[in-house]
Design a protein around this ligand. Structure first.
Ligand SMILES: Nc1ncnc2c1ncn2[C@@H]1O[C@H](COP(=O)(O)OP(=O)(O)O)[C@@H](O)[C@H]1O
Ligand SMILES: CSC[C@H]1O[C@H](OP(=O)(O)O)[C@H](O)[C@@H]1O
Length: 400
């Protein structure tokens, strides 16, 4: 067995040439690294006929920080395994794994280069008609089929063990639930925002509500999550949607993935206020984003309940009304987690291009104030909402 080494482009090319059979033996191959995420290397290897594959390799540290932030290579095993499992229940929206090598922390993936990363597209004002339904379908199927409703207790427990992901979960625990609410060296925001950050960090009701959400994240192994459903982890075109990058996957609260997704749509919604977008176009984008959130939540709930009605295997969980009660709580959780995504992307370590791309400082700070306030109110008020209609009303009232 070859020990781990971090590849350069030549080594990535040699690996694909010698250890896989994607290309003919005499193919003339080219390789380059183009990863732009926070954590890993991403290489594209292609021949002269436009056939290509992606080789993703984990580094023993977080790429965005460097060797001072060591990070487990096991994340490559988690990522490939989540993709395979999610692909088994929702192939249409999951990037295909073509090859894996857990020792080298390598996953070879289908190349989605003909599609686009959603975040950049939304920033440019492009819209995708199937996005909301596709993401809802992915979230409903992947979460239902890995939950206690479907798996036997023994299967579920074995999977919870297989997908224990302590180091990556610790990043989420720190960045979502701790750093923004305390002084932390990792926090990152302009001085102009300090009064708002101070108010947020002194809000004891907010901290209590965040504690509830963190406790849920720490100890609710409801299903196998993607763990990082932001708009930079979604490839889109006018017909298809593909999720990538589930290295933060673990058994956690189902609402976390849905909340992260709608949080990222809302970050873009708020940023559109200050982009150089003319009013009619901005209204259209806002309507599209709001409609996508509502459609995604409604479709997620509908698909989940249909699956629960027809495919629940656990006897007690078949009790009439239980699935409805369960999914209602998942939606409340989702809006709360959505609030934590809004806040951590505004003042925490990892920002989003939607906001950071606004060049004018005053305009950017105004958007940051809005995302902080929206996040705060969602976290505080979602637990009081009884139905998805109440949650939707809450969101609409906060966006007025
Ligand atoms: N299957 C793929 N096809 C094409 N490009 C990809 C693929 N997977 C990743 N990429 C590119 O690499 C970038 C970083 O990938 P990502 O999985 O998000 O890395 P990280 O884990 O470091 O965040 C993506 O933004 C995208 O541009
Ligand atoms: C130091 S990890 C910060 C942040 O990065 C991850 O996103 P990605 O790897 O897709 O860029 C994840 O959201 C983490 O919270």
């Amino acid at each position: 067995m070859v020990d781990y080494i971090a590849f350069d482009s030549t080594q990535a090319l040699e690996y694909v040439k010698n250890q896989t059979n994607f290309f003919a033996p005499d193919a003339e191959l080219t390789c380059y690294e183009f990863g732009d995420g926070n954590l890993n290397l991403v290489f594209r290897i292609h021949d002269q006929q436009q056939h290509s594959v992606i080789l993703k390799q984990a580094l023993p540290y977080a790429r965005c920080v460097g060797e001072s932030w060591p990070l487990t290579l096991d994340r490559a095993r988690i990522e490939a395994s989540v993709l395979i499992r999610h692909g088994e229940v929702c192939a249409q929206t999951t990037v295909k794994v073509l090859h894996r090598n857990d020792t080298l922390a390598i996953t070879v993936l289908e190349d989605l280069g003909h599609m686009h990363i959603l975040r950049g597209q939304l920033c440019q004002g492009h819209t995708y008609p199937n996005l909301a339904i596709d993401v809802a379908d992915y979230l409903a199927k992947t979460s239902f089929y890995h939950s206690d409703f479907y798996l036997s207790p023994a299967q579920k427990k074995a999977l919870v063990k297989e997908f224990t992901n302590p180091e990556l979960c610790a990043i989420t625990e720190d960045l979502f639930f701790d750093d923004p609410y305390h002084r932390s060296e990792r926090n990152n925001y302009p001085n102009e925002l300090q009064p708002h950050v101070t108010a947020l960090q002194n809000n004891s009701n907010l901290k209590l509500a965040v504690a509830e959400l963190k406790a849920k994240f720490l100890s609710s192994p409801q299903s196998l999550l993607h763990g990082d459903v932001h708009t930079g982890s979604i490839f889109v075109d006018q017909t298809n949607t593909k999720l990538i990058d589930p290295e933060f996957g673990f058994f956690g609260p189902i609402g976390f993935d849905l909340g992260s997704f709608i949080g990222n749509l809302l970050l873009n919604y708020c940023a559109q206020h200050k982009r150089a977008v003319e009013l009619p176009k901005r209204r259209d984008l806002h309507a599209y984003l709001l409609n996508s959130i509502q459609t995604c939540v409604a479709q997620f709930e509908k698909t989940w309940l249909q699956l629960a009605k027809t495919q629940t295997r656990d006897l007690a969980l078949q009790a009439p009304g239980y699935a409805e009660r369960f999914i209602n709580q998942v939606l409340r959780d989702a809006y709360g987690f959505c609030g934590t995504e809004l806040i951590r992307r505004t003042i925490g370590l990892a920002h989003v291009a939607d906001i950071d791309g606004i060049e004018n400082l005053r305009a950017r700070v105004e958007v940051q104030q809005q995302t902080l306030l929206l996040g705060e109110q969602l976290i505080l008020q979602a637990p009081q909402c009884d139905t998805k209609e109440d949650l939707s009303q809450l969101l609409l009232s906060l966006l007025l």
